[in-house]
Write a protein that binds this ligand. Structure first.
Ligand code: URP
Ligand code: ZN
Length: 443
C-alpha cells in the first residue's frame, strides 16, 4: 500500500516545510513534491501539520497499586493514546517481590500481546537488587529493555535504599542501561503520613501536604549526587495544582498522584524548564483509577487513595495548546518534546520520533484550528473522570497513522486490537562508557 500525504506542513524537531510525504508499506519512502505516481491512497493535509506520531515513555497500563489495578489495560489505553496522537508507548513492567525480572517481564508481555493497538516497549520496575537481578539487568538490556525504574518512595511497596540504587546505577554504567528515578524521600514522607492520619487529617489535600517539595528536592539531589540527571515532566504538573487536590469534599482524590501537584506558581517554572531543556521531554505517567470504586478506597484516609492520573490521550493536545498556542515553545520544540527526544532518549530513534525516509510511517495530521472541550463524556480512556473536564483546547489530531495504517480518521477509530508490536529498544549511548549512566527524575 502506498499513501501520499499532500499539501501539509511537515514539522520535525528541526524543520517546518510545506511538502508531501510518500509512505510505502510501513515506512516513509520520500519527502518532497511531485511524488504522486502509483499511490493507492491520497490524504489531503492542506492547512494542517504533519508531525511524527508522539511517544509516551511513561505509562502504567493495569498497574497493581493500593489493592487495585490501573483501569486502562493495553487494549483500552493504547486506543485512547492513538485517539490523542500517540503512536508508541513505553510502559512499566513490574517485578513482583521474590520474583525474577524475567517473570515480571513475561507477565507484561502477556498483558500487551494481542491487545495493544499501537507499538510498545517496556521499562522494568526493579523492586529488589541482588547479584542475580543485576545479571538479569544485563540480559534485559540485550533484549531491548534497556531502562530500569527505581523508586525512592513508597516504602514497603517499591522503595529501594541508597545501596541498592547505587548498585543498580553502577551496573547500568557498564551495560548501557538507563536508570529512571522516582525521586521522593519515601521514609520521611511515611512519617508525615502517619502523623497526619493520627491527627485525623484524612482528606485528599493531605496527600500533597505530606509530600512536600523539599522531600522531592532532597531525593532528586541525592539521585543527582549518585548519577547524572535527565528530567521529564507531565501535563498534570503544567496545568493542575495543589488547589485541585484541595477541592471540596472528596473531589481532590481525582488529583492524587506522586510526586503530588504543587502550587500554581510552579507552572511557569516548568514551562521555562521545557523551553531551556532543563526538562528534556513530556510523558504522562498515565495511571488511571476510577473515581467511583477505586479512588474512593481512600475516603477518610488519603494514604489509601490509589496514586495516579489519566493522561495518555490528552498529552499531545495539552502541550500543543499550552506550549505552541500560548507562544511558550516553538512548533519544532513541541515535536522534540513529545516525539523526538523520547525516541532518542529511549533507543527508538530514527525508527520512531521523526519524519524521514526510512522511519516508520507513524504520523499525526494535526488541525491547529479545531477547538474542542476535554471531557470524560468524550474521551476514550477507561476512567470515569477527566482531570481537565470542561477545558477548551485548540488543535485536534485528525488523522493518526501507525506504520502506514490509519488508526484514527474523521472521528472514527480504525485501529486493530493486537496490531501493536513489541519494540526492542537500543541501549543508551548518550555518555562515554567511562561515565555513569544518567538517571531520570520526574518533576
Ligand atoms: O501517582 C503515580 N504517579 N502513580 C503511578 C505510580 C508512580 O509513582 O509512577
Ligand atoms: Zn509512573
Amino acid at each position: 500500500m502506498r499513501t501520499l500525504i499532500k499539501n501539509g506542513t511537515v514539522v520535525t524537531a528541526s524543520d517546518t516545510t510545506k511538502t508531501d510525504v510518500l509512505i510505502d508499506g510501513e515506512k516513509i519512502a520520500a519527502i518532497g513534491s511531485g511524488l504522486a505516481t502509483g499511490t493507492d491512497q491520497v490524504i489531503d493535509a492542506e492547512n494542517r501539520y504533519v508531525m511524527p506520531g508522539a511517544i509516551d515513555v511513561h505509562t502504567h497500563m493495569e498497574l497493581p497499586f493500593g489493592g487495585t489495578f490501573a483501569s486502562d489495560d493495553f487494549a483500552t489505553g493504547t486506543a485512547a493514546a492513538a485517539w490523542g496522537g500517540t503512536t508508541t508507548i513505553v510502559d512499566f513492567a513490574v517485578q513482583s517481590y521474590g520474583q525474577t525480572l524475567r517473570q515480571g517481564l513475561d507477565q507484561w508481555h502477556k498483558k500487551a500481546q494481542g491487545k495493544a493497538h499501537i507499538d510498545y516497549g517496556f521499562h522494568m520496575i526493579v523492586r529488589e537488587i541482588n547479584d542475580s537481578i543485576l545479571k538479569e539487568m544485563d540480559a534485559l538490556v540485550n533484549e531491548g529493555i534497556p531502562s530500569f525504574k527505581l523508586f525512592m518512595a513508597y516504602p514497603g511497596v517499591f522503595m529501594l535504599d541508597d545501596a541498592a540504587i547505587f548498585r543498580a546505577m553502577s551496573r547500568t554504567a557498564e551495560n548501557g542501561g538507563l536508570i529512571m528515578m522516582h525521586a521522593e524521600n519515601g521514609g520521611a514522607i511515611d512519617v508525615l503520613v502517619k502523623r497526619y492520619l493520627a491527627e485525623g487529617k484524612g482528606d485528599p489535600i493531605n496527600h500533597g501536604l505530606t509530600r512536600p517539595a523539599s522531600m522531592e528536592g532532597e531525593a532528586t539531589g541525592r539521585a543527582i549526587a549518585l548519577a547524572r540527571l535527565f528530567a521529564e515532566t507531565c501535563p498534570q504538573y503544567l496545568y493542575l495544582s495543589l488547589d485541585d487536590l484541595g477541592r471540596p469534599g472528596f473531589e481532590g482524590a481525582k488529583y492524587v498522584c506522586s510526586p503530588p501537584l504543587r502550587p500554581p506558581s510552579h507552572h511557569d517554572e516548568l514551562w521555562k524548564g521545557l523551553l531551556q531543556d532543563d526538562l528534556q521531554l513530556v510523558a504522562t505517567d498515565h495511571c488511571p483509577f476510577h473515581f467511583k470504586g477505586q479512588k474512593d478506597l481512600g475516603r477518610g484516609d488519603f494514604s489509601k487513595i490509589p496514586n495516579g492520573l489519566p493522561g495518555v490521550e490528552d498529552r499531545f493536545s495539552l502541550i500543543f495548546h499550552g506550549g505552541v498556542n500560548s507562544g511558550r515553545i516553538t512548533l519544532n520544540r513541541f515535536v522534540e518534546l513529545v516525539a523526538t527526544a523520547p525516541a532518542k532518549m529511549f533507543g527508538l530513534f530514527p525508527r520512531k520520533g521523526t519524519i524521514a525516509p526510512g522511519s516508520d510511517a507513524d504520523i499525526v495530521i494535526f488541525n491547529p484550528r479545531v477547538e474542542r472541550t476535554l471531557s470524560a463524556k468524550t474521551h476514550h480512556m477507561n476512567v470515569d473522570y477527566s482531570c481537565y473536564e470542561g477545558m477548551t483546547v485548540k488543535g485536534l489530531p485528525e488523522v493518526v497513522m501507525q506504520r502506514g495504517n490509519v488508526l484514527v480518521r474523521e472521528g472514527k477509530f480504525q485501529g486493530v486490537k493486537g496490531a501493536g508490536q513489541f519494540l526492542r529498544r537500543s541501549p543508551f549511548h548518550g555518555v562515554p562508557a567511562s561515565e555513569p549512566s544518567p538517571v531520570g527524575a520526574r518533576s
